[in-house]
Design a protein. Structure first.
Length: 305
């Protein structure tokens, strides 16, 4: 209860700070600068830094975990409940980013360092490697023909060069990897996000006419605790309340989304559902529901025991 009250207090305080910044800014330029620098105005007109430290996770000893299960889930941002992760706004009253853009900015700034190309976090990527995977540049035959003809191509900016970026508009799926566990000390089922991935088309296949070029792939995987500070800085788009200051970190840790489980740890290893139930979408969804029911049942069994 104390945790919930503290979270609510922080959200309300954030809303007040946001309103003050908009109402007290002397110009739109000053407002944009404060947002970029993550500062607000106090009553004396001085700028003060906005707190962007997320609520710290409590320490969990291995001996206090009575039961656990790792699950992989997909968040479809086409679903209405999940659209706040996709929507963004750049208005004067409030400005928000999509989840993809927030993560990308964190990688660009170097604040997010734990970036990998796989869900088991074995092959680490440099920030530049991660960003390079989000775009492809293709030089056309016309460009080379002009260059061979003696044309100074340095004066013809971007002509003959095709660019294929993976932008926020093309990223419609999120993958999350997390652990459900029963904490012996408090006798409750808890959830902790371990990793997050954005899904979009493979930039290296875009514009080539390949079969399956529009299929979604994992663009990168991020060790979630390393991204919390960045995600706690960016607020979620809320069309009904411009002063809402719920952050991406609040939303994700509070599981404010709808998902489908596509993989879970079991006796056979970390197999995805479509590996043991191929080519049957209805049966795959039923298997996903059964895993959710199993997780809920574990907590009930604990209380009955």
């Amino acid at each position: 209860m104390k945790y919930k009250l503290l979270s609510l207090t922080l959200i309300l305080l954030g809303a007040i700070v946001n309103a003050q910044s908009v109402l007290n800014a002397k110009s739109p330029e000053e407002l944009r600068r404060m947002r970029a620098e993550n500062v607000s105005l106090n009553s004396k007109g001085d700028t003060i830094p906005n707190a962007d430290e997320p609520m710290p996770y409590g320490y969990i000893d291995d001996n206090d975990v009575l039961w656990s299960k790792v699950v992989w889930e997909i968040i479809d941002m086409n679903e209405k409940l999940n659209q706040p992760y996709y929507n963004s706004s750049n208005g004067i009253a409030y400005s928000t980013l999509s989840l993809f853009d927030a993560l990308k900015k964190g990688i660009e700034s170097g604040e997010i360092k734990e970036v990998y190309d796989d869900e088991f976090f074995e092959h680490k990527l440099t920030p530049q490697e991660a960003l390079n995977s989000l775009s492809r540049t293709d030089t056309t035959d016309w460009y080379y023909e002009q260059k061979e003809a003696g044309v100074d191509m340095s004066k013809v900016q971007d002509t003959g060069i095709d660019r294929y970026p993976v932008g926020s508009d093309k990223v419609k799926m999120i993958k999350i990897k997390g652990m459900w566990y029963i904490d012996r000390r408090i006798g409750e089922m808890r959830y902790r996000i371990l990793g997050i991935s954005m899904m979009g088309p493979d930039a290296q296949s875009m514009g080539r006419g390949f079969d399956g070029a529009d299929d979604y792939v994992d663009l990168f995987w991020i060790w979630y605790p390393d991204a919390r500070k960045v995600l706690n800085r960016y607020k979620v788009f809320n069309s009904k309340n411009a002063s809402s200051k719920v952050t991406f970190d609040d939303m994700l840790n509070g599981r404010r989304f709808n998902t489908v489980i596509y993989k879970a740890s079991d006796m056979m290893g970390n197999r995805s559902i479509d590996q043991f139930i191929p080519k049957d979408a209805e049966a795959q969804l039923e298997a996903s529901r059964k895993i959710k029911e199993e997780i809920l049942q574990k907590e009930n069994e604990m209380w009955n025991y």
